[in-house]
Design a protein around this ligand. Structure first.
Ligand code: SF4
Ligand code: SF4
Ligand code: SF4
Length: 200
């Protein structure tokens, strides 16, 4: 076989492997800290110095994994492990030397993402009393409310359904951290700011 044919075969093989990897491991958008600038602003300004990670008193921030693509190594929150506590003075933002994390006035102005409930696995939607996410929400009765409704085909049990207000939820993830469902996954997740709704 000629050397050019060998190189062409190798390049074709490498392209096939890359294509397979891209399908199998698309880059997942991480949940960024409070104040993260939108629309690529954070990505272009964050130098991955880790100062916000060091400043967080709750150890809520850690470097994003390789699956985050260009954001790998940037600070992010894994809400199931440790949600953001929305500290009054936002030490993470204070510590950022580049402005990748922009100042926010109050916790209600944070826009990390939006909570999304899986009605197929949430206990409340199955007619049980839970509402843990509602009770732990730092914006209780604003970001989450409870909607009382009758259960279809069930004369005995009502549904106390947690409802997210997408305009008011800040995406801190405390509801995810505390959700009582874990198998196969929590019944609530955060859709990070910038992730399209269809990607739920
Ligand atoms: S607001 Fe507080 S808990 Fe949340 S990431 Fe910043 S320092 Fe950590
Ligand atoms: S992410 Fe959950 S706990 Fe945080 S504001 Fe939204 S609904 Fe409340
Ligand atoms: S904590 Fe989980 S299971 Fe309970 S009401 Fe909230 S989302 Fe549903």
């Amino acid at each position: 076989m000629k050397i050019t044919s060998i190189i062409a075969a190798c390049l074709a093989g490498a392209a096939a492997v890359k294509a397979a990897y891209d399908v199998a491991a698309p880059s997942a958008l991480p949940l960024l800290p409070p104040g993260a600038r939108p629309e690529g602003g954070f990505e272009s300004l964050c130098v991955k110095c880790g100062k916000c990670i060091e400043a967080c008193p709750y150890q809520s921030l850690h470097p994003a994994p390789a699956s985050a693509g260009a954001l790998a190594g940037a600070p992010c929150v894994d809400a199931r492990i440790q949600a953001c506590r929305l500290c009054a003075e936002f030490p993470c933002i204070e510590a950022c030397p580049t402005g990748a994390l922009a100042p926010v006035e109050s916790k209600a102005d944070v826009r990390m993402g939006v909570a999304v409930i899986d009605e197929d696995t949430c206990l409340s939607f199955q007619g049980m009393r839970c509402e843990v996410c509602y009770r732990v929400c730092p914006l209780i009765d604003e970001a989450i409310t409870i909607d009382y409704r009758k259960r279809e085909g069930d004369a005995l049990h009502a549904v106390f359904a947690p409802i997210i207000d997408e305009e008011k939820c800040v995406g801190c993830g405390l509801c995810v951290e505390r959700c009582v469902v874990s198998d196969p996954a929590p019944a609530i997740r955060i859709r990070p700011t910038g992730e399209p709704e269809a990607a739920q």
